[in-house]
Design a protein around this ligand. Structure first.
Ligand code: NAG
Ligand code: NAG
Ligand code: NAG
Ligand code: NAG
Ligand code: NAG
Ligand code: NAG
Ligand code: NAG
Ligand code: CU
Length: 567
């Protein structure tokens, strides 16, 4: 009797213990390994065969899929003549800054014949992200989805979709983008443009040589699909819509949003957006175009041609009429700005009310000096530039993170990046205003661990007002405010949304507008912040934050991996 009771108690304790362990112990993710062989591959687009740089011969590149908490170990082996790094866009790399993949910021590039193992955790992320090359313009073909599914038994905040589909928007260039970049940086003039935009690597029906050139999404009636949109284009924002279908936005940059319906979404380079697509209850007697229409970052005609795929119910019937969605005008910045204003976090969030450091960054076009032995094609006889507070970023010859870690910053970088522009002017007044030569230097901001930071990014109309999708490495930030014209701290600060602002890694502003972001610098490392329009970042529209170690052991940057490439 007594022993039986003893056993009963023991059993109870055991069950309790097991329950305790399963409930309290964080579920350890599994380890997923991928091999990325960087190699050339011949592909046919726009009626032309071209050799492109790919991962494993695939274009777009392979999808990485993980469950939140999984550890990813990705071995990148470089078989091409170019230097390569791969960035895991949107992964915060908490205490794993060495794996961020930003050339000359967190690592020296992986040179021809070398390999490097990226090793990082997906803890704290769910949703749609992507990976891409982070050196020169190689990301034109080196990009692919990075999908992180919720942990087991954690549902989406919407009914489980019938299907999930990645939709990558990109560019197709007939010319060699590396040569084109070298040329534009040498002459200092304006950039060339791509020949077509793409959906999942395909230029679409309006640019097609054959049936195979357009992306087709085959769907069943009466179902809900989750479309995972990724803007991997070098230099274009997009409007995106599907004829006769309304989309429900549920996530942006791998953070759930308050859901809202829209016919057309707006997506900038570096951004991702998840939408639900409800298909019709019947097989409609039509095919529907899936359209990505470019939305230029400046008020000049770039490549204005949309790309279109097809949403197809059941089996294709060649006689079906093709329906087009109604798209905003090419230059409709109001539509884009209103769309961005609608994004809100799903639930209430705790934005730091206390700000330790305020920064005001003017971003826009400018000019760098022309070397003496050369004539340049930019304004004032100089080279076109993209200064932030009159400083254009100069990539160092060695990795900043290594210099920081080994206390050897001298001669590599300084920590006096200006907190404000050199002087006040009417930033968004009638252009051209205040054009002057900007410097080209490696200046950073150094932050103590845990600093609460606010940055107002003020677009200027110097030369001409343009949009700038700003991406921050190492952190997500809250978009607490946005507006048109000049930021006014007295008038605008009280209007900030500290209740349910969207949290993301890339934010865009209207031409001649501003955005205010907040983040807490609780991740040690060196983190690039830059415009995700490749031409602007190549023109130096970049800066970096050095975040020092905290006091505690788990607030310190671990030593570099042994196989970290050397410069
Ligand atoms: C598509 O939308 C147009 C315009 O609203 C409408 O006339 C047409 O009937 C719709 N077609 C289908 C198949 O839903
Ligand atoms: C749009 O496409 C047409 C046909 O392919 C092409 O001739 C034209 O140059 C393209 N427009 C732009 C702005 O690239
Ligand atoms: C860099 O300096 C800090 C503070 O003086 C020191 O704790 C650390 O060990 C140094 N790191 C290296 C790699 O020398
Ligand atoms: C700045 O320029 C704009 C456009 O010319 C003008 O509307 C605005 O009044 C100016 N603001 C100030 C403070 O001068
Ligand atoms: C820029 O604006 C400031 C303030 O309005 C003015 O003092 C300065 O002369 C301007 N510089 C140029 C190059 O226009
Ligand atoms: C920007 O920097 C350059 C070089 O130091 C300087 O000549 C110029 O006056 C600066 N421009 C402004 C607007 O401060
Ligand atoms: C590749 O990177 C190394 C190390 O930074 C550098 O010395 C070399 O010039 C680079 N090669 C090219 C083609 O850019
Ligand atoms: Cu920009």
């Amino acid at each position: 009797m007594k022993t039986e009771m003893g056993f009963g108690i023991l059993k109870g304790v055991l069950i309790g213990l097991i329950l305790f362990i399963t409930l309290v112990k964080p579920a350890l993710g599994s380890t997923r390994r991928y091999n990325f062989e960087i190699k050339l591959q011949k592909v046919n687009r726009l009626c032309q065969e071209k050799s492109i740089v790919t991962v494993n011969g695939q274009f777009p590149g392979p999808q990485i899929t993980a469950v939140e908490g999984d550890r990813l170990i990705i071995t990148v082996i470089n078989h091409v003549e170019y230097n390569v790094t791969i960035h895991w866009h949107g992964i915060r790399q908490v205490r794993s800054a060495w794996a961020d993949g930003t050339a000359y910021i967190t690592q020296c590039p992986i040179q021809t014949g070398q390999k490097f193992v990226y090793d990082f955790s997906t803890e704290g992320h769910t949703g749609t992200l992507f990976w891409h090359a982070h050196i020169t313009w190689l990301r034109v073909t080196l990009y692919g989805p990075l999908i992180i599914l919720p942990k087991k038994n954690v549902p989406y905040p919407f009914p489980k979709p019938y299907g999930e589909v990645p939709i990558l928007l990109g560019e197709w260039w007939k010319s060699d983008t590396e040569a084109s970049l070298a040329h534009v940086l040498h002459t200092g003039g304006g950039p060339e443009v791509s020949d077509a935009f793409t959906i999942n690597g395909l230029p679409g029906i309006s640019n097609a040589c054959s049936d195979k050139d357009a992306y087709k999404l085959r769907v069943e009636p009466g179902k809900t699909y989750l479309l995972r949109l990724i803007n991997g284009a070098l230099n274009s924002d997009f409007f995106f819509g599907i004829a006769n279908h309304t989309l429900t936005v549920v996530e942006a940059d791998a953070v759930y949003t308050k859901q809202f319906e829209t016919d057309i979404i707006v997506i900038s380079p570096g951004q991702t957006t998840n939408v639900l697509l409800k298909t019709k209850q019947y097989y409609p007697n039509a095919s529907f175009l899936i359209v990505a229409k470019p939305h230029p970052f400046g008020r000049v005609e770039f490549n204005g041609n949309s790309t279109a795929g097809i949403l197809q119910y059941g089996q294709p019937k060649s006689t079906l009429p093709l329906l087009s969605p109604e798209m905003p005008d090419y230059f409709d910045y109001d539509y884009a700005n209103n769309y961005c204003s609608k994004l809100r976090s799903l639930s209430e969030v705790k934005v730091a009310k206390k700000v330790d450091k305020y920064y005001f960054f003017t971003v826009g076009l400018g000019v760098n000096e022309c070397p003496e032995d050369q004539t340049c094609q930019g304004l004032l006889g100089g080279k076109m530039a993209g200064p932030i507070n009159n400083v254009t970023f100069l990539h160092p010859k060695t990795a900043l993170l290594e210099a920081h870690y080994s206390n050897k910053s001298e001669g590599v970088y300084t920590t006096d990046f200006p907190e404000n522009p050199p002087f006040e002017f009417n930033y968004t007044g009638n252009p051209p205003s205040n054009i002057s030569m900007a410097t080209r230097e490696t200046r950073l901001v150094e932050l103590a661990y845990g600093t609460s930071v606010q940055v107002v990014i003020q677009g200027t109309s110097v030369v001409t007002p343009e949009t700038h999708p700003f991406h921050l490495h190492g952190f997500d930030f809250y978009v607490v405010g946005r507006g048109l014209g000049n930021f006014d701290p007295i008038k605008d600060t009280p209007m900030f949304n500290l209740v349910d602002p969207s949290k993301r890694n890339t934010v865009n502003m209207a031409p001649g507008g501003w955005v205010a972001i907040r983040f807490v610098a609780d991740n040690p490392g060196v983190w690039l912040m830059h415009c995700h329009l490749e031409i602007h970042s190549s023109w130096g529209m970049e800066m970096a934050w050095v975040v020092r170690d905290g006091e505690r052991q788990d607030q310190k940057l671990p030593p570099p991996p042994l196989d970290l490439p050397k410069c």
